[in-house]
Design a protein around this ligand. Structure first.
Ligand SMILES: [Zn+2]
Length: 344
């Protein structure tokens, strides 16, 4: 019994001692006494350092993972799908300086030796042009075959003294009197087109002047070979006349027919069109369309003494009605020596 009591006493002493040491550990005084303070500070610093080290390790491991993902991505995009590196850079094609090229102010056509290759593309930055006259435009004669000769522009009715305006912005290249055209102003535009304003009574610009769209450049009249006062308007590209109505709609809205227009030979050949009516306009927006629409080559016969429609028909194996149709003549039309007859 005594032994049991002693054991019980010993056990209770242990429990008490443990309880005391536990309460000591829980007491703040234990950590911040003079003896334990340095140890506590060291322990705290160690804990803080450890947590930072763990964080650094976490970030470092994430970075390694991200780099690996980038490497994989590069392999997939550049290596697997495309053998050549992908270069995405804007392609800048410098615009051709049409104003500087063949800039001769003393000759009506400075492109005499230039051969145009068909089809070719014209580009327009604007969607509208300025009407060359301030009144309602009435086209009295179109681009085409007229009285046995080529009429290479359109005639717009006006009164002598009416203001004539530049259809688009550009630079004045030629201001003179020119045979047949009378007093003319030729403006070269930034897309290479030239507009010719003929039969003027007054020229109000000088060569090398920059002109804005809609700027007054002269006054209409009857100078040169004109039957009555009108504006003879030509549109030329590198010396070749193009039917102005193919590019510009001379209706009330002054629309440029498209921002990109392909021109094939037909639109520069007056022989294939009739000056009495507007040609059927079908705009070619692409090279393929222009090639599809291209008409076969046309040959011409110059009338010699003794030629008749029947002899021409026999020579070229083309029927007389076809000859009449393509030349806008009838079987009763008198053929003149030197007259050109289109064969197609
Ligand atoms: Zn004319």
């Amino acid at each position: 019994m005594k032994q049991f009591k002693r054991k019980l006493y010993q056990q209770s002493c242990y429990i008490w001692a443990e309880f005391k040491s536990l309460s000591l550990l829980l007491s703040p005084r234990f950590y911040f006494s003079d003896k334990t303070k340095p140890l506590t500070v060291f322990a705290l610093l160690f804990v803080v350092f450890q947590s930072f080290a763990q964080n650094d390790g976490y970030i470092a491991s994430k970075m390694i993972q991200a780099n690996k993902e980038i490497e994989i991505l590069e392999k997939v995009v550049v290596g697997e799908f495309s053998k050549t590196p992908i270069v995405i850079a804007p392609v800048v094609i410098p615009e051709k300086d049409y104003i500087a090229e063949n800039w001769i102010t003393t000759r009506f056509n400075p492109y005499e030796n230039t051969l145009l290759e068909y089809p070719f593309k014209l580009t327009f930055k604007d969607s509208v042009f300025a009407s060359p006259i301030l009144r309602k435009k009435v086209v009295t004669s179109h681009f085409g075959w007229r009285r046995g000769r080529a009429h290479k522009g359109i005639d717009i009715d006006l009164y002598t003294g009416d203001k004539v305006l530049a259809m688009m912005g550009g630079k004045v290249r030629y201001v003179k009197w020119h045979y047949g055209h009378g007093n003319i102003v030729v403006i070269r535009h930034y897309n290479g087109l030239e507009t010719v304003y003929a039969h003027l009574s007054k020229q109000l610009v000088q060569v090398n002047d920059s002109v804005k769209k809609g700027q007054i450049i002269g006054k209409g009249g009857i100078s040169g070979n004109a039957r009555g006062s009108h504006l003879h308007l030509e549109v030329r590209f590198q010396g070749t006349c193009i039917n102005p109505e193919y590019l510009f709609d001379f209706g009330p809205e002054n629309k440029i027919r498209a921002s990109e227009i392909w021109v094939n030979k037909k639109w520069s050949q007056a022989y294939t069109q009739n000056s009495r009516r507007q040609a059927d306009i079908y705009i070619c927006h692409t090279l393929e369309e222009a090639q599809t629409m291209a008409t076969p080559e046309i040959t011409y016969h110059i009338i010699k003494r003794g030629d008749t429609l029947s002899s021409i028909s026999h020579k070229y194996q083309v029927s007389i009605p076809n000859l009449c149709k393509s030349n806008h003549i009838t079987t009763k039309t008198m053929l003149r020596v030197g007259q050109k007859i289109a064969i197609h």
